[in-house]
Design a protein around this ligand. Structure first.
Ligand code: DOR
Ligand code: ZN
Length: 420
């Protein structure tokens, strides 16, 4: 099967791209024969986004999201590969539960891998699971604090054991850096909290101290440390200062880059997330971190919950909101504004994740690579309206924002899965 994408803007040049089955076979100005042809009309082709941080839920929380709704949301957002997080019900702590998840994921319309949980209790089972040499496991996931319903590890010896496993099996360990004791301490200081206290209670100090501690252990152990959803200016500084001293990588979310606690006035609990939305100063430092290369990847932390749960009062509303459909439009909007280049966008949304997580032949538009491709129209505007979302979670802190730049077609393994 041959598919031809005619007149696409690839790296600034109008070129044709031939896909043979699922692989990019040719890029250039020739017009080879094909079974199917699409005219890209000079729009820009970028590698499909690889999102290392997605909560698909499914299993016993399929009312919040399942593989079908998550896939549709990802495709609309130009995301072709997701890594599913393990804080599901049941949690991905052993081979049986991973197998249950594998069954559900057969419905996925995108590429996927799993991040498996590391807790104080499951290290033996985790080793057994990893001894099966699972090709579909991307990384280990470690939480240093509770965030909704996950288990967390707060013992430093256990953290070191997890890092040892990460080194032995050559798998990155993705860490949620907030420290549980610190969060408890700050939280106890506020009586009758509202969402405006969230940033104080899950205090920046808890994230910063966690990041410092993790980097110190990673320096000694030498494993690949991937710090998830970095939210503060201080952490960007710490990571920058330590990049050449250990194997540390830094992920940021669109929300920690582009919005801050001010949005809670309109978004309320729809903007409740862990780590919390911080300040404009943090947004600015994170943007600088993108430009200077401290930030390696963008992860959406797509964390769908029921609208009815998010509408509860602050202390009962779960943290997290959907991100698959808004990430690329928000980032394309930043390219249009001149915040960073399209090359930088490609680096942090696909190329770097592919390298960090050792994905074979994905994350680039080059001959021999899988044809995971996203067509973007930099002149198309989109108003973010949650009622039109494909995810089951139909609410968003970005409600009403307009982005210039949108996804118009998404190809996964050479097949058009979204667009005309
Ligand atoms: O806000 C969040 N929601 N942060 C997390 O760490 C977990 C996530 C979820 O699973 O809902
Ligand atoms: Zn998450």
């Amino acid at each position: 099967m041959k598919t031809l994408l005619k007149n696409g803007n690839i790296n600034g040049k109008i070129q044709n791209l031939l896909i043979k089955d699922d692989i990019i076979d040719y890029i250039g100005t020739n017009l080879p024969d094909a079974d199917i042809e699409y005219d890209i009309n000079r729009l820009i082709l970028i590698p499909g986004m690889i999102d290392p941080h997605v909560h698909v839920r499914d299993l016993k929380q399929s009312e919040k999201e399942d593989w079908t709704s998550a896939s549709n949301a990802a495709l609309k957002g130009g995301i072709t590969t997701v890594f599913d997080m393990p804080n599901t019900r049941p949690p991905t702590v052993n081979l049986d539960y991973l197998n249950a998840k594998r069954e559900k994921a057969k419905l996925a319309k995108i590429n996927y891998k799993f991040n498996v949980a590391a807790t104080s209790e499951n290290l033996k089972e985790l080793t057994e699971l990893l001894n099966t040499k699972p090709e579909d496991v991307a990384a280990l996931k470690l939480f240093l604090a509770g965030s909704n319903s996950n288990e967390y590890v707060d013992d430093e010896e256990d953290i070191r054991k997890v890092f040892g496993i990460s080194l032995k099996y050559d798998l990155p360990v993705i860490v949620h850096t907030e420290l549980q004791k610190c969060v408890e301490e700050y939280s106890s200081k506020v009586k009758n909290p509202t969402v405006f206290d969230h940033n104080f209670m899950r205090n920046r100090e808890c994230s910063i101290k966690g990041t410092e501690l993790l980097i110190e252990h990673a320096k000694q152990i030498g494993n690949k440390l991937y710090l998830a959803h970095i939210s503060t200016a201080e952490e960007i500084d710490i990571i920058k200062a330590n990049k050449n001293k250990c194997n540390v990588f830094c992920e940021v979310t669109p929300h920690h880059l582009l919005i801050n606690e001010d949005i809670l006035k309109t978004a309320g609990n729809f903007g409740k997330v862990n780590p919390p939305l911080r300040t404009e100063k943090d947004n600015n430092r994170i943007m600088q971190g993108i430009i200077d290369g401290t930030v390696d990847t963008i992860g959406t932390d797509h964390a769908p919950h029921l609208l009815s749960e998010k509408q509860k009062q602050y202390s009962e509303a779960p943290s997290g909101f959907p991100g698959l459909e808004t990430a690329l439009p928000l980032f394309l909007n930043e390219v249009n504004k001149g915040s960073f280049s399209m090359g930088k966008l490609i680096e942090i949304t696909s190329d770097n994740s592919s390298k960090i997580f050792n994905l074979k032949n994905r994350g680039k538009i080059e001959e021999g690579y899988f044809a995971d491709l996203t067509v973007v129209d930099m002149n198309k505007t989109r108003r973010i309206e949650a009622k039109n979302f494909k995810t089951k979670a139909k609410y968003s802190p970005y409600e009403g924002m307009t982005c210039k730049g949108d996804v118009v077609m998404t190809f996964v393994n050479g097949e058009l899965r979204f667009g005309i």
